[in-house]
Design a protein around this ligand. Structure first.
Ligand code: NAP
Ligand code: ZN
Ligand code: ZN
Length: 351
């Protein structure tokens, strides 16, 4: 038995997304069936739908910033009942017995199954994401949403943009007394600014867009640097504890490494299709700086982040779109023309 569901996806990397019909498994005993209300549009969706990274399987239905309501639950499901507001992020399965899974870091499990483009026994043999009306997910990977319902659309981006910036902020101890830089004020970056600010850090937003100077202050940045200005950059030399770099394109990392203080670190979360130029070793050696990477976050810390955001009234700044506006939204995202996250109203799939 399968469920018939409307979706939006791509049949090839060089073709636009279009309406397609997909199926979902009917819920098993540990499954939660969710009516999707909204799905955020991540730059990773664009990278994968357009086959910019290796390995996209088609048809590709992107979307891993999912919020909605529980429709049905399997017999073994505990803690979720029909009507509950829930979220699903980037992970829908993992091996459940390795060290990473045991540590609540399923994002680093070798058997992690992405919400789309991951291995599954369900048709068509790979997972299909949240640009769709419904999804069926094992209870272990379903998150509880405690925000008021009228904020639901703006909660969606927390499921990827939120956790991807939250996880390194927490791991590298951002908080009161630390100076944190966020590079690239797009979907991830604007959440990074909001979360670092809410954690009590002194936050500097780095943008290439003069037009975001005022807006980044409104997000919670204490200072804004337009990174094209060498003078503005030089004013922050050797002063940061942590820089989180979300930029989706290759660029000169040295310009930011020299802004780290002794023992400071820059964490790359942006995942460009082609590599950054390799940084100058002396910029790392001279002040024992580190260059690191980080990938989304585990299920437990995603729930921690959602609860923190509900308690501190943190949501994304969004622009709501219809499903059939997705291709135009991708083009605007490439130009940095979104403040700051597109969210698809998935109820328009059946319109
Ligand atoms: P986004 O909304 O498009 O934001 C990226 C921002 O980077 C832009 O708004 C822009 O900000 C800045 N930028 C500067 N130069 C750029 C250029 N040449 N091309 C594109 N952007 C440029 O993207 P996003 O959804 O935040 O995702 C950012 C990156 O993170 C993507 O590569 C995505 O695949 C990756 N990602 C990684 C993870 C992970 O687990 N590590 C999770 C999610 C996404 P300014 O205008 O302020 O300069
Ligand atoms: Zn994402
Ligand atoms: Zn595992």
């Amino acid at each position: 038995m399968t469920l018939s569901v409307k979706a939006y996806g791509a049949h090839a990397g060089d073709r636009p997304l279009e309406a397609i019909d997909i199926t979902r498994r009917s819920p098993g005993e540990d499954d939660v069936q969710i009516a999707i209300a909204y799905c955020g549009i991540c730059h990773s969706d664009l990278h994968q739908a357009r086959a910019e990274w290796a390995g996209t399987l088609f048809p590709c239905v992107p979307g891993h910033e999912i919020v909605g309501r529980v429709v049905a639950v399997g017999a073994e499901v505990q803690g979720f009942t029909p009507g509950d507001l829930v979220g699903v992020g980037c992970i829908v399965d993992s091996c459940r017995h390795c060290q990473d899974c045991g540590d609540g870091l399923e994002n680093y499990c070798d058997g992690m199954v992405g919400t789309y483009n991951g291995a599954t026994r369900d048709a068509p043999g790979h997972t299909l994401g949240g640009y769709s009306e419904q999804i069926v997910v094992h209870q272990r990977y379903v998150l509880r949403v405690r925000h008021p319902e009228d904020q639901l659309a703006a909660v969606a981006p927390l499921l990827c943009a939120g956790i991807t910036t939250w996880s390194p902020l927490k791991h590298w101890n951002a908080g009161s007394g630390s100076k944190v830089g966020i590079v690239g004020i797009g979907g991830l970056g604007h959440m990074g600014v909001k979360l670092a600010h809410a954690l009590g850090a002194h936050v500097v937003a780095f943008t290439t867009s003069e037009s975001k100077r005022e807006a980044a202050l409104a997000l919670g940045a204490d200072e804004v640097v337009v990174s094209r200005s060498q003078k503005e950059m030089a004013a922050h030399t050797a002063s940061f504890d942590l820089i989180i770099n979300t930029v989706a394109a290759p660029h000169d990392l040295d310009a930011f490494l020299v802004l780290l203080n002794r023992d400071g670190g820059m964490v790359l979360v942006g995942a460009p299709a082609t590599p950054h130029p390799s940084p100058a070793v002396f910029n790392l050696i001279m002040k024992r700086r580190t260059l690191a990477g980080s990938m989304i976050g585990g299920i437990a810390e995603t729930q921690e982040m959602l609860d923190f955001c509900a308690a501190h009234n943190v949501v994304a700044d969004i622009e709501l779109i219809r499903a059939d506006e997705i291709n135009a939204a991708y083009e605007r995202m490439l130009k940095g023309d979104v403040k700051y996250r597109f969210v698809m109203d998935t109820t328009t799939l059946s319109a």
